[in-house]
Ligand binder design. Structure first.
Ligand code: CIZ
Length: 308
């Protein structure tokens, strides 16, 4: 986006935020210009924590629907806006509440751990919520004799299963964006960039093949912290490409290479700067979770928050 256009929209956003007593939060996968107008950029857990702490009345949530739902559940007194309702999540859509209930019936002693990439309705029929930054910790907090039902991401669940050695049943969901990243392409990038550290997200479909030689397997927040602290100057980053903007901004002297330029989440990219302005002008689209579902989903989210 041209600098002049960006500056003028940024001024408009500043005015509107003041008028509405609003703040903008943006996920690590958002478009660069959306991240640049945000008051806070982070992963879903840190965005939720920020939302809880702030005194703003309105939160423009630049992320996807399930993230805005979580913010709304945790901040029932705030107006949570999602600038475009088409910002969904293909992974979250792979688990419906009825299917989860059936899974529970098949494993009556099982403890259900739902990755944050689930609808509020699915969280409401789960025991614990987790994110990729705390999935291992959440699983370790569950008594050892319990079998665990992990959903919806197969690869994250499998990663946690390997790390903990726990009896975990895995749902067969996956993230279409992370699935694009191939281990063959990573092999080639590693040859071309021999000094680069290779860091990958546990949602990567290629994780089974590439995991043994990944320098680190981390959540988005884990990745941003790691590249900042690491002495290396080059990194191959296997996750949605939006995160490279934050990494480059925080570490201008380092080089970041996307493991795949095609790992772009079309849902995340539904949120544009223009739609952020419209959301603030019209106070739309308000995300509200029905009370009964919110109450039950909050139990699973609170259990996670107590552990991490
Ligand atoms: O929790 C999040 O924000 C997601 C979906 C991924 C991550 O690793 O941060």
């Amino acid at each position: 986006m041209a600098k002049q256009v960006f500056d003028s929209i940024q001024d408009e956003v500043k005015e509107l935020k003041k008028e509405r007593n609003a703040l903008i939060v943006a996920h690590n996968y958002q478009l660069p210009e959306v991240q640049d107008v945000a008051d806070f950029v982070g992963d879903s857990l840190n965005l939720a924590r920020f939302a809880q702490k702030t005194e703003a009345e309105v939160l423009v949530f630049c992320g996807v629907h399930f993230m805005a739902e979580t913010a709304s559940i945790l901040c029932p007194d705030k107006t949570v806006l999602l600038p475009d309702l088409a910002a969904g999540c293909s992974l979250a859509a792979m688990a419906a509440p009825k299917q989860v209930m059936k899974w529970r019936e098949e494993h009556p002693e099982g403890v259900v751990v739902a990755y944050v990439n689930t609808s509020a309705e699915v969280k409401a029929v789960s025991d614990y919520c987790c994110t990729s930054s705390n999935a291992e910790q959440v699983v370790r907090a569950i008594p050892e004799d319990k079998e665990i039902l992990f959903l919806p991401d197969f690869f994250l669940g499998n990663f946690v299963k390997q790390k903990t050695g726990r009896n975990i049943h895995l749902w067969k969901g996956f993230c279409g964006t992370h699935a694009i990243i191939s281990s063959e392409h990573i092999d080639q990038l590693k040859v071309e960039n021999p000094k680069a550290e290779f860091i990958m997200h546990p949602e990567c479909g290629c994780s089974t093949k590439s995991m043994p030689y990944a320098d680190k397997i981390l959540s988005t927040e884990g990745m941003t912290n790691y590249v900042h602290e690491s002495k290396s100057e080059e990194f191959i980053v296997a996750t949605e490409t939006g995160i490279l903007h934050r990494m480059q901004k925080q570490n201008p002297e380092k080089k970041f290479i996307a493991a795949s330029d095609e790992a772009v989440c079309g849902y995340m990219k539904q949120i544009t700067l223009e739609k952020v302005v419209t959301a603030l002008e019209r106070l739309e689209h308000r995300i509200q979770v029905p009370d009964e579902i919110a109450k039950k989903a909050k139990r699973a989210i609170d259990r996670m928050m107590e552990i991490t």
